[in-house]
Design a protein around this ligand. Structure first.
Ligand SMILES: Cc1cc2nc3c(=O)[nH]c(=O)nc-3n(C[C@H](O)[C@H](O)[C@H](O)COP(=O)(O)OP(=O)(O)OC[C@H]3O[C@@H](n4cnc5c(N)ncnc54)[C@H](O)[C@@H]3O)c2cc1C
Length: 402
């Protein structure tokens, strides 16, 4: 009997849960010997990207190999570099050599990357919290500030972009700086935002509270301004304002992984592949696109999933399940995630928890922070390598929300 191959690119939130959901579907169908599930990623680790703005970046890339072993999922270290949709093959690059994998279903879960426009000096001088390497580089840079002579520039951090990542990074920064430079240091943290107010994607409802929280943390906001140049000593804004700063953190926007461009069909303005209700690519039904790479509708009201962990965890389960179901003749499961919440870390002030697409404020301060801690240290981490316990929460209906 022919053996089927499911190949999954990525071991982030979407890729790991796609693998678990596929393994569960295969087991439910009693077809374990018939389907081989392979996850391709640079390392069998899940990077906990939502925590990369934190001061301590330990335990931010847990090992998922024991989990894959428990589920009977194979891991291949490497990167998918080419998708040959017509031939149903992907090309994997590993240790400088290339090999070709055949697939019956391909799940594309390679995530997103920080968007770095051609702003002069940005690539050379700006730091970021997008991937683990960036978070480590920022931590090392901040640590090294202590050995520089005291100056306003040394003590200043500019965060470019006032979206979710920019806000969380900035709120943490005064304490991070004081941790390096001493409790009495005259630290300055400035968020530069192109829009007229902080958190433009969050809408008007939570803005006054975010502004008050940032003010309490000691963070300044400069709205209606874009960073137009970065150099060793600071930034120049589109308004002409100069801010001397030894540290510039770029957080302004993400783009889907460029592999999405190789999938037949349409893509949105951030490079995500349009998918149908079953997360199949519009132009190739045997390619399922998930997590940050998918432009998927969450409900019947026209809301689309965001590049968020919250959506990736569910999108992954549905994509993995459907990859297996399609091969085994089971009915496909439509993706639906009508409940949307936001939990925004606001440093020492606490956290802001909202529900709904209109972001109604539900929890603030320490209450919000307790929930954020729960989410960030428990809910989003990969599960223990216990096959039955994982299968119990790997069904495509399972949604992690408060
Ligand atoms: C600082 C920060 C804070 C955030 N805060 C929040 C938050 O509070 N709440 C929230 O919901 N979301 C948050 N997010 C967003 C969240 O982290 C992403 O939406 C989530 O990581 C998407 O999951 P994913 O599995 O699609 O992609 P990723 O987590 O990016 O995983 C992609 C995987 O693909 C692998 N990969 C990459 N290229 C290849 C290739 N060519 N071949 C094979 N594998 C490849 C990677 O190594 C990785 O394993 C935050 C992100 C950042 C950076």
């Amino acid at each position: 009997m022919k053996k089927h191959n499911i190949v999954i690119a990525g071991s982030g939130f979407a890729g790991v849960w796609a693998a678990a959901a596929a393994a569960r579907a295969v087991a439910l169908a009693g077809q374990e010997g018939r389907v081989c599930i392979t996850v391709v990623s640079p390392a069998p680790r899940m990077v906990i990207r939502p925590r990369l703005y934190e001061a301590v970046i330990d335990n931010m890339e847990p090992d998922v190999l024991p989990l894959f072993n428990a589920l009977g999922v194979r891991h291949m270290a490497g990167r998918v570099v080419e998708i040959r949709a017509e031939a149903r093959q992907v090309v994997v690059e590993a240790d400088g050599s290339r090999l070709t994998l055949d697939y019956d279903r391909f799940v594309l879960a390679a995530g997103s990357q920080l968007f770095t426009p051609p702003v002069p000096g940005l690539a050379e001088y700006a730091l970021n919290v997008d991937q683990i390497e960036g978070a480590r580089a920022l931590a090392a840079h901040l640590q090294a500030l202590a050995s520089r002579p005291d100056s306003a520039a040394r003590n200043t951090v500019v965060v470019a972009g006032g979206g979710l990542t920019g806000i969380e990074t900035a709120a943490e920064m005064p304490d991070r700086l004081r941790g390096v430079l001493g409790a009495g240091a005259a630290v300055r943290v400035v968020v530069v935002e192109r829009a007229g107010g902080i958190g433009p994607d969050l809408g008007a409802a939570p803005r006054p509270m975010i502004e008050a929280a940032l003010a309490e943390c000691g963070v300044e906001i400069v709205p209606n301004a874009a960073v137009s140049a970065v150099d060793e000593g600071g930034v120049t804004l589109s308004t002409g304002l100069r801010i001397d700063a030894a540290t510039v953190v770029w957080t302004a926007g993400a783009r889907a992984h460029p592999l999405g461009a190789q999938v037949p069909g349409r893509r949105d303005e951030v490079g995500r592949v349009f998918v149908d209700a079953f997360l199949q690519a519009e132009g190739a039904a045997d390619i399922l696109v998930t997590g940050d790479m998918a432009h998927a509708l969450t409900d019947g009201l026209g809301n689309a999933a965001l590049m968020s962990c919250q959506h990736a965890l569910s999108l992954g389960r549905v994509a993995g399940y459907n990859a297996a179901a399609g091969l085994l003749g089971l009915p496909l499961h439509p993706y639906s995630q009508p409940k949307y919440v936001t939990c925004l870390d606001l440093g020492p002030w606490g956290a802001l928890y909202t529900e709904g697409w209109d972001r109604q404020v539900c929890l603030t301060g320490e209450e919000g922070k307790a929930l954020k801690r729960e989410i960030n240290t428990r809910w989003i981490y990969p599960p223990a390598p216990d096959r039955e316990a994982v299968f119990a929460v790997a069904n495509p209906d399972f949604v992690i929300v408060p």
